[in-house]
Design a protein. Structure first.
Length: 249
């Protein structure tokens, strides 16, 4: 596993699922980790579990739809961490919104997805930018989805939000590159986490992959840790699809 000894890392949406896997792996690789999530009890439990294993971890409440809590969470995390070397923008509205055609999506749901997934990613990155600049070799890893690469049907709002994150990554890489900050996107395929998708949807992905099996959180962790490490100092503006070959970029 890539060593992150002494790195100060903030991960949003880390109370469960992929974000939790990233937080646990980063902490075990030697990083000091701040977990930010809207799920307070779950996030506190993850941080407490890491501390019980001898890792340095804390929790900060964040609601990406609320700019005030974003600012408070980032400021609090950076203060506890003593700076910031890496940011993982993982938090997003991703479950319980699918199965509707583009004509059936209601305005409230569309706006919520865009507010959290797109505007929220921008707000977090903007709030973290001063600390990342001070680190001189800062890293931003945005977590999107390969749904934006193949155009998953009946999920237009989510697909569009991930397409926006991928485009934002490239623009941010240009703006933050002069400050030594690398910005990249990881686009996982459908992954087995707590909130399971229907079996037929998993089978669709398995059948379309070059590697024909279910995707697990562990399949993505190594890529994220690499992009947070010094080994990725000259990798920026890139999109890495981690999906077993379901989509090849």
């Amino acid at each position: 596993m890539t060593a992150l000894e002494g790195k100060r890392i903030l991960i949003t949406g880390a109370a469960r699922g992929l974000g939790r896997a990233f937080a646990e792996a980063a902490a075990e690789a030697g990083a000091k980790v701040a977990i930010a999530d809207i799920l307070e009890a779950e996030g506190e439990a993850v941080a407490a579990g890491l501390r019980a294993r001898g890792c340095a971890a804390t929790f900060r409440f964040i609601d990406l739809a609320d700019p005030e809590t974003v600012a408070l969470a980032i400021d609090g995390a950076v203060d506890w961490l003593g700076g910031l070397d890496g940011l993982v923008n993982n938090a997003a509205v991703a479950t319980g919104i699918g199965g509707k055609s583009f004509e059936e999506i209601d305005l409230e749901t569309w706006d919520r997805v865009m507010s959290v997934n797109v505007r929220g990613t921008w707000l977090v990155t903007r709030a973290a930018a001063p600390a990342l600049r001070a680190a001189r070799r800062g890293k931003v890893v945005n977590i999107a989805s390969d749904s934006a690469l193949w155009g998953a049907p009946n999920l237009l709002h989510y697909v569009a939000s991930n397409g926006a994150v991928i485009a934002m990554t490239r623009a941010l890489a240009r703006e933050l590159g002069p400050h030594g900050i690398a910005v990249n996107t990881v686009a996982p395929g459908l992954t087995v986490v707590e909130d399971h998708a229907p079996a037929e949807r998993h089978q669709l992905h398995i059948d379309g992959r070059a590697m024909r099996r279910r995707q697990l959180p562990a399949d993505i962790v190594g890529t994220v840790l690499f992009l947070l490490s010094d080994g990725a100092d000259f990798v920026t503006g890139q999109l890495l699809a981690v999906n077993g070959g379901f989509v090849m970029t």
